[in-house]
Design a protein around this ligand. Structure first.
Ligand code: C2E
Ligand code: MG
Ligand code: MG
Length: 586
């Protein structure tokens, strides 16, 4: 059968009578079928175990097992239960015919055989079968790559899990692959390029995995599927151990990391892979896919371009994240989320120059949750849009309250901006609206952005920052020095202030002269470009002394004032604290 065209229908004729065999072969010749013959039930069953036909013509009366007995055994075999069977009988008894249908025959034909009737019945069953096959493929194959889709992968995985239940020593593994920069390709080069890239990825995977043809449902081996966007799943059936699966994951990383030539575009990216093994007591395909997916996310968290094997502790982290996400939805707009304020001081004379607003979340059961944890979740879920508006509004309200109560040395309130806010086309207009509503000047608001945020879409960022700057809003580059292009950013974007990251300030002491020189160079550069400099994370008097020697005049940090909730005494407390400690090296 192997050298015939795979689309030629395969028919198995089971009959002990040679003259009937010849007659049927002659009658069916015009249909061009791939016809195989078994002389008895036992031979038929052994042939069926090797290959599944599209149709069985089964004789009623045979030596050994009767046709009805063979039919029963066919219907009992899970892999054969749906192969169509036409029963061939010389009997005209109604009992025989009803029995053959009861046991699962799809049709029957009576001897003596007549050519037109045989052809018509065989054709009709095969056509119906073909239609079912098309439906099956449409539901289970991915149109873009021709690979099995999620449904077929789930079915194959379920069959493998069943195999494990019957045979404890059987092992298999699931690899969950995700291309690390697919969204960027789709967004920047268009969906056609994205589609071509997916075909290329699937081609590379096919070539590098000895995949079994999951479509013919022929059983064990490796099954590759595309289960969504840029997510591919590989099922490695019958592996020796976890190390074997990890070796495949490592090999695939290498294969996928080679640059892709798509038309005139050269695309470079890595992939992240999650690995999970069958011996962890799984009962459902979805559980395994979920854990492989979790491990894949962990691989992304660990810097992408690597594989990670699932560990139950990862699941706990995911559950917690879901809880935070769920609770955050309820917390936005309540007093669970509020602002803490941290002063930005003049290191020379101790006056409060500006104040940074920092979001805080007092979770009713988990206690205080840090912005580093909940802001990224708010961004992913788009909750940052309403949250960011509330923060901006509250920060402006607080400044106008301070100004009204006589604390007029505060030049501005500084608010951190998130990625999602930068993408909003209407952002500049909204900001100006909020400022005016609280009776402030735009110069009294400072927005802090980080380099990584603006470098994601630098052209759009330049436009937005220019617009904000033109409206009079102050702009600060937060965490300066932690990215890759901090220096070029300074030239390209209209900043008023740079905030030197805590990681540099923490290394400032008189013995580490290389850091002193580095900060000195940054400060000089900022002044040459007409910008102010703030040192973040000032924690010691020694740091203040060194900062003043390199002309950095502004600072923020726990030594000078920890973030705190606003109250009527806060400003005085800040000033007094500085005076009492007499820490400024005037
Ligand atoms: P950031 O904007 O760089 O804020 C400074 C962070 O350093 C704050 O952490 C502050 O509490 C901390 N800090 C200040 N002085 C010291 C010091 O002397 N030593 C040390 N070790 N840390 C100091 P926090 O409040 O946990 O905020 C972390 C980050 O979360 C912020 O970094 C900012 O990127 C983000 N974030 C905070 N609030 C908001 C917000 O309202 N909106 C947005 N989009 N992001 C926010
Ligand atoms: Mg900040
Ligand atoms: Mg910062």
């Amino acid at each position: 059968m192997s050298d015939t065209n795979p689309s030629t229908p395969r028919v198995l004729l089971v009959d002990d009578d040679r003259s009937i065999q010849r007659l049927i072969a002659a009658f069916l010749a015009p249909l061009g079928l791939d016809l195989k013959i078994a002389n008895c039930g036992a031979e038929a069953l052994s042939m069926l175990r090797r290959q599944r036909p599209d149709l069985i013509l089964l004789d009623h009366e045979m030596p050994g097992e009767s046709g009805l007995e063979v039919l029963t055994r066919i219907r009992e075999a899970p892999e054969l239960h749906d192969v169509p069977v036409i029963f061939v009988t010389g009997s005209t008894s109604g009992d025989v015919i009803s029995q053959c249908f009861e046991r699962g025959a799809n049709d029957y034909i009576q001897k003596p055989l007549r050519r037109p009737e045989l052809i018509a019945r065989v054709r009709s069953v095969l056509e119906r079968q073909q239609m079912l096959g098309s439906l099956w493929r449409a539901a289970r194959l991915d149109g873009l790559t021709g690979l099995p889709n999620r449904l077929l992968m789930q079915e194959t995985l379920s069959a493998s899990l069943e195999h494990v239940r019957q045979n404890e020593d059987h092992r298999f593994a699931v690899l969950f692959l995700d291309f690390d920069r697919f969204k960027l390709v789709n967004d920047s080069l268009g969906h056609d390029v994205g589609d071509m890239l997916l075909r290329e990825i699937s081609q590379r995977l096919r070539e590098n995995l000895r995949t079994s043809d999951a479509i013919s449902r022929d059983g064990a081996g490796t099954t590759l599927s595309r289960i969504g966007g840029d997510e591919f799943v590989v099922l490695l059936d019958d592996i020796a151990d976890l190390a074997a699966a990890e070796a495949v994951a490592q090999r695939l990383l290498g294969v996928l990391n080679e640059p892709y030539q798509i038309g005139k575009h050269t695309i470079s990216s890595t992939a992240s892979i999650g690995v999970v093994c069958s011996h962890s007591g799984y009962t459902a395909a979805d559980e395994m896919l979920r854990d492989a997916d979790i491990a894949m996310y962990e691989a992304k968290n660990r810097g992408k371009g690597c594989f990670v094997t699932f560990d139950p502790a990862m699941q706990q982290a995911v559950i917690e994240r879901h809880e935070i996400e769920r609770d955050l939805r309820c917390a936005v707009g309540t007093d669970q989320i509020h602002l803490a304020y941290q002063p930005i001081f003049s290191l020379e004379d101790g006056t409060v120059h500006g104040v940074e607003a920092l979001a805080r979340w007092d979770h009713p059961t988990k206690g205080s949750i840090q912005p580093d944890v909940f802001i990224p979740i708010a961004e992913e879920t788009q909750l940052i849009v309403p949250l960011g508006e509330l923060i901006l509004d509250e920060a402006c309200r607080q400044l106008s309250e301070w100004l009204a109560s006589g604390h007029d040395s505060i030049e501005y309130i500084s608010v951190n901006v998130s990625r999602a806010q930068l993408k909003s086309t209407d952002f500049a207009r909204q900001v100006v609206g909020v400022v005016r509503r609280h009776g402030l000047q735009t110069r009294q608001l400072q927005l802090e952005v980080t380099e990584s945020m603006i470098m994601e879409r630098p052209d759009a960022a330049v436009e937005l920052l220019d617009e904000l700057r033109a409206a009079g809003v102050r702009l600060a580059m937060d965490d300066f020095g932690t990215g890759y292009s901090s220096l070029s950013c300074l030239h390209r974007f209209p900043f008023d202030v740079i905030k030197i990251d805590r990681s540099f300030v923490s290394k400032l002491n008189t013995e580490r002269t290389e850091f002193v020189s580095l900060i000195h160079a940054i400060v000089n550069l900022a002044y040459n470009l007409g910008m102010e400099c703030v040192a973040e994370g000032v924690e010691s008097r020694e740091q203040i002394a060194v900062l003043l020697t390199v002309d950095c005049m502004l600072g923020q940090g726990y030594l000078l004032g920890e973030p705190a909730r606003a109250n009527s005494a806060l400003m005085d407390k800040w000033r007094q604290g500085l005076a009492e400690k007499a820490m400024l090296c005037a």
